[in-house]
Design a protein around this ligand. Structure first.
Ligand code: FE
Length: 338
């Protein structure tokens, strides 16, 4: 009897060592409150969540260098273009009924899925841009010479811009988009510099009349979390959602990818499903000012006040952003988009 018991203990110890009940996330999201989110998951499931945070580039480099020895199960980052370009290091498996039922098919592949949405829109100065000037504005019509010297956007090495241009290549073809890029560069008020919030600040300061920026940045500035000056600047700016009369406004995602060779694949899938639950979605959108991925969750009130009734581009699959990324960068660079 004693021998059996000792053997059983040895066996159980072996089991727990080889099937550690945990999941390892490599995350480029920098929110202290994410810890609370993962704690909720652990409390529900008994699965411990270990987080390695860093910038996307550094996390990707580490996953590539560690290869099959990597403990990474999931990679959380912003932009479908980034996840798409990293697909070689991801594996299929995010195909559960839960995931498929809540995430529209244009926002996921079997290897990665969106967990929140954002739009890349136009912010304008209502003092210098009239409603009639804006009406029917599309990404395409930003190339119109009437915007000469009035438009600001960040540099071509920015992933959001690469994904926007990739979506234009998908919809209009490479050569038309190359011409568009040249006209866009002509219309710029200055050489691209700074982050997305810097473009809003430039319009507020009168350096430009319109800016191409992601939706959540205006809300972030309005919230006061970036200080009173940025809050005041944001109040001078209004949002406009392009392409309302055709395919809809350019959408992108924050997403999560399943790492090739993930040691805790099943736990990883459960965590992805949790991130898509109502509870987690509320937490995510209230911290990031993004749009929820699932139905029935309201974004942050500051995002609600920007208007939710705009038409989103649900036609262009975001998987194209990774596929067309190198073409996008190539035509932006040749157009002189710094
Ligand atoms: Fe961002």
């Amino acid at each position: 009897m004693r021998v059996i018991l000792v053997n059983l203990i040895i066996y159980l110890t072996y089991l727990s060592a080889s099937f550690a009940n945990e999941v390892n996330i490599f995350s480029a999201r920098h929110y202290d409150s994410d810890v609370q989110l993962y704690e909720k998951f652990s409390a529900k499931t008994g699965i411990r969540v270990n987080v390695v945070s860093g910038k996307s580039g550094a996390l990707e480099k580490r996953i590539i260098e560690e290869g099959i020895d990597s403990e990474a199960d999931l990679y959380i980052t912003a932009d479908a273009g980034r996840l798409g370009a990293f697909e070689t290091y991801l594996q299929g498996g995010l195909t559960s009924a839960t995931i498929k039922s809540v995430v529209p098919s244009n926002f996921r592949t079997s290897k990665w899925t969106g967990i929140a949405k954002r739009a890349r829109i136009i912010y304008f100065s209502p003092e210098r841009v009239s409603d009639s000037e804006l009406s029917d504005l599309t990404y395409e019509s930003l190339a119109d010479p009437k915007w000469k010297g009035r438009f600001v956007i960040r540099s071509s090495n920015n992933i959001y811009n690469q994904s926007l241009v990739a979506s234009l290549i998908k919809n209009n073809g490479k050569s038309k988009t190359a011409e568009w890029c040249e006209k866009i560069v002509d219309n710029m008020a200055r050489f691209p510099k700074g982050n997305d919030r810097a473009q809003i600040l430039a319009v507020a300061a009168g350096e430009a009349d319109i800016a191409g920026v992601n939706t959540y940045y205006l809300a972030l500035m309005l919230s006061g979390k970036k200080g009173p000056e940025q809050q005041a600047a944001a109040k001078k700016i209004k949002p406009f959602f392009p392409n309302q009369n055709d395919r809809g406004t350019h959408m992108n995602i924050s997403g999560v990818g399943l790492i090739k060779g993930a040691p805790n694949k099943q736990n990883a899938i459960r965590l992805v499903e949790f991130l898509l639950s109502e509870e987690a979605q509320k937490h995510i959108v209230n911290n990031t000012f993004e749009y929820p991925m699932i139905k029935g969750v309201s974004p942050h009130p500051l995002i609600v006040s920007m208007g939710l009734d705009f038409k989103q581009d649900l036609k262009t699959n975001v998987a194209n952003y990774g596929k067309k990324q190198s073409e996008a960068l190539e035509i932006m660079t040749s157009a002189g988009w710094k």
